[in-house]
Design a protein around this ligand. Structure first.
Ligand SMILES: Cc1cc2nc3c(=O)[nH]c(=O)nc-3n(C[C@H](O)[C@H](O)[C@H](O)COP(=O)(O)OP(=O)(O)OC[C@H]3O[C@@H](n4cnc5c(N)ncnc54)[C@H](O)[C@@H]3O)c2cc1C
Length: 346
């Protein structure tokens, strides 16, 4: 019988992040399908609040590694805590969220416990013969299904691929797992986190809307002139007001790389498409982008698609968008910003 460990670190406020609750949802489903044992393993400065919040999730055991040493996202202490929780739970399958913090340590943890690790997992099912996972390969172009016999098997579930667990808090007993932290493990100290201001963080995986800008924003407009500064203002304004995530066509990000006049906040990380990302958002709005196949293939996880293009024969018109507005994006986004601004004021 499999023992499934849901493994997570607590946040600074002692709670669990949404991605962790999604991994828990998947761990609960799997343990029900397999009739296996479910254990919760938490680590962080304090684990009490988070553990009690999961009190009705159906886990048989709640294990914790806590203390100031585990408050930081530091490889040495994260790996030591995870290793101790995997060993103490005698887990055969470990499910954790596929976040950068977890991804950094889990290969090392798998090695220490003589196990195996798979990343970018998109689903975990108890198959007829063996537990199987699906995961994407080659930038989400190929979906593979695989299972392994080696245990423990550590799985990092990609955020957004399973519903987050929701339930009542409950009273539980936490088994504290002792982890000795020698001075050598404390050599690295996190002195702070440096991030761009929030209005420059244009990639927002949790956003309701993906806003894509294409190279048309930098092209000559009907007056025969380019209007790149105006385009920047309109786009930044729209992102601030709508909290949308910013995507780009390949052509536009490459203009930036080639030092041509382009949108300054655009990087290759924004590129959507065959050689870019395939983000997941409920809605998408494409502007000044032609909608060619290598770009729109990156829209496969966008449920409702709209596009604004001057060209009624652009790619979006050929079954790629649900709605195509044949219009000038400068005018439409300007009007949209005015509407959003008056809505915010009222
Ligand atoms: C191997 C390979 C991989 C590729 N991978 C990718 C990829 O990952 N992602 C990607 O995006 N592309 C990719 N491409 C490139 C892709 O084929 C297109 O060249 C690219 O998407 C075009 O970008 P665009 O639509 O922004 O620019 P353009 O083709 O220049 O289109 C600009 C559009 O803006 C419109 N426009 C201009 N002004 C306005 C206005 N005022 N209002 C409304 N509309 C306006 C025009 O009508 C035009 O349709 C790849 C190509 C190859 C060969």
């Amino acid at each position: 019988m499999e023992t499934i460990l849901f493994l997570a670190h607590t946040e600074a406020d002692g709670t669990l992040a949404k991605a962790a609750l999604e991994a828990l949802g998947s761990a609960i489903d799997l343990s029900k399908q397999l009739g296996g044992t479910l254990a919760v393993g938490l680590y962080g400065a304090s684990v009490e609040t988070a553990a009690h919040a999961l009190g009705t999730c159906g886990a048989q055991r709640y294990l914790g590694v806590s203390g100031e040493d585990f408050s930081q996202a530091r490889y040495a202490t994260d790996a030591a805590a995870c290793e101790a929780l995997v060993r103490a739970s005698a887990a055969t399958i470990v499910i954790a969220a596929g976040t950068s913090r977890n991804a950094r340590v889990m290969a090392g943890v798998a090695h220490r416990v003589n196990g195996n690790v798979d990343t970018h997992v998109s689903s975990i099912e108890a198959g007829c013969n063996a537990t199987a996972i699906t995961r994407w390969f080659y930038r989400q172009r190929i979906e593979g299904s695989l299972s392994r016999s080696q245990r423990p098997w550590i799985l990092l579930l990609d955020p957004g691929t399973h519903a987050a667990w929701q339930g009542e808090a409950g009273s539980i007993t936490i088994e504290q797992v002792a982890v000795t932290v020698p001075e050598t493990l404390r050599r690295t100290t996190v002195r702070g986190v440096v991030t761009p201001p929030t209005d420059q963080q244009t990639i927002r995986p949790d956003a309701q809307l993906l806003f894509v800008a294409g190279a048309g924003w930098t092209k000559k407009q009907k007056d025969g002139q380019t209007h790149v500064a105006e385009a920047e203002t309109l786009i930044v304004d729209f992102l601030k007001r709508s909290n949308a995530s910013l995507g780009s066509s390949k052509s536009l990000v490459e203009l930036t790389g080639e030092n041509q006049t382009a949108l300054r906040f655009m990087t290759h990380l924004n590129q959507v498409g065959q050689t870019g990302a395939s983000p997941r958002h409920p809605k998408g709005l494409s502007t000044c982008c032609h909608g060619e196949e290598p770009h729109t293939v990156g829209w496969r996880f966008i449920s409702e698609r709209r596009a604004i293009n001057l060209d009624p024969n652009c790619g979006w018109a050929r079954g790629k968008a649900d709605v195509l507005y044949v219009a000038d994006a400068f005018e439409v986004i300007g009007k949209l910003n005015a509407l959003l601004s008056s809505q915010a004021a009222s």
